[in-house]
Design a protein around this ligand. Structure first.
Ligand SMILES: [Zn+2]
Length: 333
């Protein structure tokens, strides 16, 4: 059963409205953070437009020929392009195939839909090739572009699409949805949304993928390092096991909160609301400059491991752990 997520309702209703009044644009750019559910939303739009009972309450019905073909993954009026195996770019050949598809007549007599995901992966010539189709779209066609990083798309592409932006949400409906997903888990859904900037599928993954456990470990290690009760090399090895990027992400997030706390003393605006006491203890003997430097180091190392180069990730983690250990020593902890 397909459902539109509660935080996507406004965008969904907007689309239903324009479809009903025959004002659906030829190109839609869906943007939002990874984990906001862009792909699921696109699937829903596609399913609705290809269902033969479109317009009925029960669309997509799941029972008509259009629905069956789509479910089987071979609806002749739907064309998807994305990253092919081992490739980091969408090629001009892929876009040419898509354009050829768009110019053909619809099999079912309805919409022809093409999806490009992730749209920012189109290389320059692929984007240029697409531009023509965006300028002169075939009738009854819809191009759906999905992007978590729309700033990487050429302005010429962005300006020819109608943009649907999906922002993070901490609404009552979103909190309820997340609570239902978590089932028996005792973790507060509000905290999970706070930790992920209101991105619900990421929030859910924090429990499922052990992200929350990783944060707990990092926090505990910062405490023992500061007390000089841990070996930074061993700590770094443990961090690497949990994932270098993830560890550095939590280090950055926790230290940002420490900076906030040092600056204002206020706890209400912290992201890591549930560990305020621990953060208070950690910053007691540290000054603002030490915290800002630590944040810069964590963020810089995080950018390095997220970048295209194959860096010595263990070295970056060791640097971070040793840095924190030395903060404790410098202050005679
Ligand atoms: Zn149907």
């Amino acid at each position: 059963m397909l459902t539109v997520y509660p935080w996507q309702m406004n965008q969904w209703q907007h689309l239903q409205h324009v479809i009903k009044h025959d004002r659906l644009p030829h190109a839609l750019l869906l943007t939002g953070a990874d984990g906001i559910g862009l792909n699921d939303f696109a699937i829903h739009v596609v399913a609705d437009l290809l269902c033969e009972s479109r317009g009925d309450k029960e669309s997509p019905c799941g029972a008509c020929k259009g629905c069956h073909l789509r479910q089987a993954g071979n609806h002749p009026d739907l064309f998807l392009i994305g990253l092919e195996e081992k490739s980091k770019q969408i090629s001009v050949e892929q876009v040419r195939d898509l354009i050829e598809f768009m110019t053909l007549k619809s099999h079912a007599g309805g919409y022809k839909i093409a999806v490009i995901n992730p749209a920012e992966a189109m290389n320059r010539s692929a984007a240029n090739t697409l531009l023509k189709t965006l300028e002169e779209p075939p009738p009854q066609s819809l191009l759906l572009l999905l992007s978590h990083r729309p700033a990487l798309l050429p302005v010429t592409i962005r300006s020819r699409c109608q943009c649907l932006v999906f922002n993070g949400s901490k609404s009552t409906e979103t909190i309820r949805w997340l609570a239902e997903q978590l089932g028996e888990t005792v973790v507060d859904p509000v905290l999970l949304l706070s930790l992920t900037g209101g991105v619900p599928l990421q929030a859910k993954a924090l429990i499922e993928d052990g992200g929350l456990e990783c944060r707990k470990m990092v926090l505990a290690d910062l405490q023992t390092l500061q007390r000089k009760q841990a070996d930074p090399v061993k700590v770094a090895e443990r961090w690497k096991e949990h994932g270098t990027a993830e560890t550095l992400h939590w280090l950055t997030e926790l230290i940002i909160d420490m900076v906030r706390l040092k600056l204002t003393g206020e706890t209400s605006r912290l992201t890591n609301q549930d560990v305020t006491d621990h953060l208070q203890r950690l910053i007691k003997t540290l000054d603002l400059k030490q915290l800002v430097d630590s944040h810069d180091l964590a963020q810089n190392n995080w950018h390095q491991v997220s970048g295209p180069f194959n860096l010595n990730s263990l070295g970056l983690l060791e640097e971070m752990a040793t840095h924190w250990l030395n903060l404790g020593i410098a202050n005679g902890e």
